[in-house]
Design a protein around this ligand. Structure first.
Ligand SMILES: Nc1nc2c(ncn2[C@@H]2O[C@H](COP(=O)(O)O[C@H]3[C@@H](O)[C@H](n4cnc5c(=O)[nH]c(N)nc54)O[C@@H]3COP(=O)(O)O)[C@@H](O)[C@H]2O)c(=O)[nH]1
Length: 889
C-alpha cells in the first residue's frame, strides 16, 4: 500500500518536473511560431507592398508619360515671341484634363509668369519655383517640389522648354487628386504612398493627416536621406525595406517598401502602419494563439490537478509515512521485546540477510552490520552437523522446524538457542530461511541445574535414589544373557544414629559427606555410587569380572569407611555393613535386587556390622515371614486381638504386692499367644506401636483404677512405652487416658528403655518432663544394658530403676553380675530411686537381693505374667501370703 503511494507520488513528482520545461518548450515553440508567423507576415506584407510599389511606380510613370505629352504639346504651342499677356496664353492652353488641374508658366529662374490659378488673389497663385529643382531639371520634365496653393497642395510637373526665354511650363496636379490619392487595395488596407524626389523633397504623401500637411514640399531629414541612399550612386531599381522606425510622415510607425525609379528620379515609398501589420499578424495568429492558450489552459489545469494530486499524495504519503513510522516504532518495540531475534538467511551460504536486535545480543553495537555474518560459523562446532542435517531434511520437506543448538557470539559467549524457522522456496529451490532465534540459555542452564538437582543428592552430590533407580533399570534392560552381571552393594553406616543423636545433625552430615567422598574415589567410573538417603549408600557395579572383584570392592569400601575421620573438633570412627545382591542371580527386577541387597545388609549388621554379606534365598524367606507378620499385626490392631497380662511387682522382704507390670499379648487366631518380643519391634518399625501402646495404656489404667477403687488398694501399674510413642501427642493422650480411666496419675508408672531413651535426649527429656508434670512417674527399664549415663539419669525424671534380667540371671554365680547389681542398688540409693529387680526366678536370687537391700522384685519366682482375671482372683481377691515361696508357682 505504502509503496504504491510512493510509486504514484514519485511518478507524479517526475511528471511535475517535466511541467516547467514543458511550459518553456511550449513558450519557445510559441515564440518561434510567433516569430516565424511575424516574419512570414512581414515578408508577405513586404511582398504585397512591393507589388503595390510596382503598381504605384507604373502609375507614376503612366502619369509622367501623359503629363510629358501634355508638356510637349504645350511647348509646341508656345509662341516664339513673348506675348504681352502670358496669362491669356495660359488660359487658352488650359483645358480640363483628368490628370492635372492647372498650368503655370515660369521664367528660367522660377518666377511665375502666369498660371491658370486665380491670379486675382495672390495667395491663390503658385509660388516661385526654387532653384534646386530648376537646375536639376535640364531638358527633361520632372516633378518639382510640391507647392501650397490656395489651402491646397499641388504637385508641379515641369519642363524646361526649348523656348528662347527658357520658359518653364508646369502642370499642377492637386495632391488631393483622386489619381494621386492612394487607394488602399483590399488586400492591404491602410497602406500609404509617398513620393520623394531624388533630392529628398516630399512630393506626395497620401494619405496624410491635415496636421501633417505642412511636410509636403519639405525635405526629408539628412538621416533619412542617408538611409535611402539618396546621395549615393546606388540608385538602381531595387527595394529598400523600412521597419518600425519610419515616422517621418505621419508620426506613425510604419513598415514600407521603397522603390527608386531611375527614369523619373523618384523614390516611391509604399508603407503600412505597423499597427496594421500587427493587426494582420494578429489575424493570422489569433487561432493558433487561441489554440495555444487553450492548450496552455489545459496544460495548466492538468498541472494544477497533478499538483493537487501530488499534494494529496504527499499528504497521504506523509500520513502513511507517519503511520508507518509509528508502526515501525511499535514493531521495533515489539521486536526488541520479543524474547529472541527474527532473522533471514540466504541459502546455501547461510549468510544472515537480516537479524533484529531483540534480546538476543549475538552482535555487539560495534559490529559492522554491513558485513554479512554466517550463522553457521557462529554455531558451536559440536552442533553444526546436527544443524545442517536438520536444515537439509527441511529443505526437502519445507515444514517448519525447531532446532536447539549452541552459538558462540562475537563476544565469545556461548548461548543456547532455540531456532524456529522455515525454509522458503523460490521456484521449488530452497533460497532462504526465515525464523526466530530464542535465547534459551537461562532456561537450558536452569533446566540442566534442575536436572542436576533432580538426579543428585544435595548433601553429598552423589546421584540420588531416583536417578540410581532409573540407571539400575536401564542397566538391567541392557543386560542380555551372557553379557555380564550387575552387582549392588548396599552400604549402611553402623551406629550412625548414635553419632547423629549425640553429636548433632551437622556433624552427622559432615561425616556423610566425607564417607561419600571416599566412596566416590573408590568406585571406578564405569560403576556408579549413589546415596539412597540417611546413612544408606549404594554402589552399582556394571559387569564385574567375577565375584572376587565384588568382594574386593566391598573390602576396600569397608576398609576406607572405617578409617578415622577428622572433623574440626572430633576424631570420628565408624564402620559400615554391606549387603550384596547380583543380577540376574538374585533377581532381574531392580526393586527386588535392592531389597535383597538391603536384606543382606541387615544380615551383615546382625553379624555385628563392619562386614559384607551376599544375599541368599533364606534371608528372603525370613523377610517374607516378617512381612507376613506385619500384615497380620495390622489386622490384629484392626480386630483388637490383644490382651494385657499382669506380672506382680512385690517387696523383696515380705512379698507385699506393690504393683504390677502390664505386658501385652497378641492372641493370634491360629498361632495362639504371640510374644511381644516378636511383634513389638515390628510394631515400632511400622508405627503401629502408637495404636497398640495407646490401647495398652488405656486398658491398664482402666483396670488399675477399677482394682484400686474396688479393693481400696494403693497399687502402681507399670506400662511399657516405646520411645517411638514419645511425642507431644502422647502427652495429651496420657492426660486423656488418665481422665477416661479416672486413675490417679501417681499410680501410673511408664517404663522406658534406657538405650532407646538416649537416642534423642533433649526432645525425649522435654516430653518426659511434660508427662511427669501430670504426676506420672517413670521407671528406667533394662537398666545396666545401655550406656547407664549418670548425667542422663539425673536429668530425666526417673523415679525407679529396673535391674535387667541379664544381671539377675547369673547373680549368684557371676561375681561381676553381682557387683553390677550391687553398684546399681548403690546408685539408686544415692539418687533416692526405687529399685525393681527383673527376672527373679529362684530363692537364691531373691535371698541375695534381700541381702543387697534391693527393695522389690519381679519374676517367675513370684509370678509369671497372668491374665487380668487371674491376677484379680489370685492377688486381689485372695491376698497372697507374705514371703511366698517358690512352691506356690
Ligand atoms: N512397648 C511395650 N512393650 C511391651 C509391652 N508388653 C511387653 N512388652 C515388652 O515385650 C518384651 C517381652 O515381654 P514379655 O514377653 O512379656 O516378657 C516379660 C516377662 O514375661 C519377662 N519376665 C518376667 N519375669 C521373668 C523371669 O523371671 N524369667 C524370664 N525369663 N522372664 C521373665 O520379662 C519381660 C518383662 O521385661 P521388661 O518389660 O523389660 O520388664 C519386654 O521387653 C517387654 O517390655 C507393651 O505393652 N508395650
Amino acid at each position: 500500500m505504502f509503496s504504491r503511494y510512493l510509486n504514484k507520488l514519485r511518478a507524479m513528482q517526475a511528471r511535475q518536473t517535466y511541467f516547467l520545461p514543458g511550459i518553456l518548450l511550449l513558450a519557445v515553440l510559441l515564440l518561434l511560431y510567433l516569430y516565424g508567423s511575424w516574419e512570414t507576415n512581414r515578408q508577405r506584407t513586404l511582398s504585397q507592398l512591393e507589388s503595390l510599389a510596382t503598381v504605384a511606380q507604373s502609375n507614376t510613370r503612366l502619369l509622367q508619360q501623359q503629363l510629358n505629352s501634355q508638356l510637349v504639346s504645350l511647348q509646341q504651342n508656345l509662341p516664339a515671341q513673348n506675348p504681352q499677356n502670358w496669362s491669356l496664353w495660359v488660359r487658352q492652353q488650359h483645358k480640363p484634363h483628368p490628370l492635372f488641374s492647372h498650368i503655370a508658366l515660369y521664367t528660367a529662374d522660377g518666377q511665375l509668369l502666369a498660371s491658370s490659378f486665380d491670379s486675382a488673389a495672390p495667395q491663390q497663385a503658385p509660388p516661385a519655383l526654387t532653384r534646386d529643382g530648376l537646375d536639376f531639371m535640364q531638358q527633361n520634365p520632372r516633378f518639382l517640389r510640391t507647392l501650397p496653393v490656395n489651402k491646397g497642395y499641388y504637385l508641379p510637373y515641369c519642363l524646361r522648354t526649348s523656348h528662347p526665354s527658357e520658359l518653364v511650363i508646369c502642370l499642377f496636379t492637386s495632391t488631393s487628386h483622386h489619381y494621386l490619392q492612394w487607394q488602399a487595395v483590399d488586400s492591404l488596407e491602410h497602406s500609404a504612398q509617398r513620393l520623394i524626389s531624388s533630392d529628398g523633397i516630399i512630393l506626395l504623401a497620401s494619405p496624410l493627416p491635415v496636421s501633417r500637411q505642412q511636410i509636403i514640399g519639405t525635405r526629408i531629414s539628412e538621416r533619412q536621406q542617408q538611409y535611402l541612399h539618396l546621395n549615393s550612386a546606388e540608385h538602381t531599381e531595387k527595394h529598400f525595406l523600412y521597419f518600425s522606425n519610419q515616422t517621418e510622415f505621419d508620426g506613425a510607425k510604419r513598415l514600407g517598401v521603397v522603390s527608386f525609379d531611375p527614369q523619373s528620379q523618384l523614390l516611391q515609398i509604399i508603407s503600412l502602419p505597423m499597427a496594421s501589420v500587427l493587426t494582420l499578424w494578429l489575424e493570422d495568429i489569433v487561432w493558433p494563439l487561441l489554440l495555444f492558450t487553450l492548450l496552455l489552459i489545459v496544460y495548466w489545469y492538468s498541472y494544477r490537478q497533478s499538483q493537487k494530486n501530488v499534494q494529496q499524495n504527499e499528504h497521504r504519503y506523509s500520513e502513511e509515512s507517519r503511520a508507518l513510522s509509528e508502526k515501525e516504532k511499535i514493531i521495533d518495540m515489539l521486536m526488541s521485546n520479543i524474547p529472541g531475534s527474527i532473522y533471514q538467511i540466504s541459502l546455501p551460504e547461510h549468510l544472515l540477510d537480516f537479524i533484529s536486535a531483540g534480546d538476543l545480543q549475538i552482535f555487539s553495537e560495534n559490529d559492522n552490520n554491513s558485513v554479512r555474518h554466517s550463522l553457521l560459523a557462529l554455531i558451536h562446532p559440536d552442533d553444526q552437523e546436527k544443524y545442517l542435517q536438520e536444515i537439509d531434511s527441511h529443505c526437502t520437506s519445507g515444514t517448519p522446524y525447531k532446532i536447539i543448538y549452541r552459538i558462540q557470539t562475537l563476544q565469545h559467549e556461548v548461548k543456547w538457542i532455540m531456532d524456529r524457522g522455515q525454509v522458503v522456496f523460490n521456484k521449488q529451490n530452497p533460497c532462504r530461511i526465515e525464523g526466530l532465534l530464542i535465547d534459551i540459555t537461562d532456561h537450558t542452564l536452569s533446566k540442566q541445574h534442575v536436572e542436576y538437582l533432580a538426579t543428585r543428592d544435595p548433601l553429598t552430590e552423589l546421584f540420588n535414589r531416583y536417578y540410581f533407580n532409573d540407571e539400575l533399570m536401564n542397566s538391567i534392560e541392557e543386560l542380555t544373557p551372557g553379557s555380564g552381571k550387575i552387582a549392588l552393594l548396599f552400604i549402611d553406616l553402623d551406629r550412625f544414629k548414635t553419632v547423629n543423636d549425640s553429636l548433632g545433625h551437622q556433624v552427622g552430615d559432615r561425616l556423610l559427606k566425607l564417607v561419600a567422598d571416599r566412596l566416590r574415589h573408590l568406585v571406578a567410573p564405569q560403576h556408579m555410587v549413589a546415596r539412597l538417603g540417611g546413612d544408606e549408600f549404594i554402589v552399582m557395579m556394571n559387569k564385574p569380572e567375577s565375584s572376587q572383584e565384588i568382594e574386593h570392592l566391598a573390602e576396600r569400601i569397608i576398609s576406607a569407611v572405617s578409617q578415622t575421620y577428622q572433623l574440626d573438633y572430633y576424631k570420628l570412627s565408624t564402620s559400615c555393613s554391606i549387603g550384596i545382591s547380583v543380577c540376574p542371580d538374585d533377581s532381574n527386577e531392580s526393586y527386588i535386587l535392592l531389597r535383597n541387597a538391603d536384606t543382606a545388609m541387615y544380615q551383615a549388621k546382625s553379624r555385628g556390622g563392619n562386614c559384607y554379606q551376599f544375599y541368599t534365598e533364606e534371608m528372603n524367606q525370613k523377610v517374607n515371614s516378617r512381612l507376613t507378620l506385619e500384615n497380620e499385626l495390622r489386622r490384629a490392631v484392626k480386630n483388637q486381638e490383644f490382651e494385657l497380662y499382669y506380672q506382680p511387682q512385690v517387696s523383696t522382704f515380705d512379698n507385699r504386692l506393690l504393683g504390677a507390670e502390664a505386658l501385652i499379648r497378641w492372641i493370634h487366631p491360629s498361632a495362639g499367644i504371640v510374644s511381644p518380643a516378636d511383634f513389638i519391634p515390628i510394631a515400632e518399625e511400622t508405627g503401629l506401636i502408637r495404636e497398640i501402646g495407646d490401647w495398652a495404656l488405656l486398658e491398664a489404667c482402666k483396670k488399675f483404677s477399677e482394682w484400686n477403687n474396688t479393693f481400696a488398694l494403693d497399687m502402681t501399674i507399670s506400662v511399657n512405652v516405646s520411645v517411638r510413642q514419645l511425642d507431644d501427642a502422647f502427652v495429651l493422650r496420657t492426660q486423656e487416658i488418665l481422665n477416661i480411666s479416672q486413675l490417679d496419675a501417681k499410680y501410673l508408672e511408664l517404663e522406658i528403655t534406657e538405650s532407646l531413651l538416649l537416642d534423642n535426649v533433649q526432645e525425649n527429656l522435654r516430653i518426659l518432663d511434660n508427662i511427669n508434670k501430670l504426676g506420672v512417674r517413670f521407671a528406667m527399664d533394662d537398666f545396666g544394658t545401655g550406656y547407664s549415663s549418670l548425667s542422663y539419669l539425673k536429668q530425666f525424671p526417673i523415679s525407679k530403676l529396673k535391674i535387667d534380667r541379664a544381671f539377675i540371671n547369673e547373680i549368684n554365680n557371676d561375681p561381676e553380675d553381682e557387683a553390677i547389681v550391687r553398684a546399681i542398688i548403690a546408685l539408686a540409693k544415692t539418687l533416692r530411686l526405687e529399685l525393681v529387680a527383673e527376672g527373679v526366678e529362684n530363692h537364691q536370687q531373691l535371698a541375695l537381693l534381700q541381702a543387697l537391700a534391693c527393695d522389690s522384685y519381679q519374676g517367675y519366682y513370684f509370678s509369671k505374667p497372668v491374665p487380668a482375671d487371674v491376677f484379680r482372683q489370685r492377688y486381689l481377691e485372695q491376698k497372697p501370703p507374705l514371703q511366698k515361696s517358690l512352691q506356690q508357682q
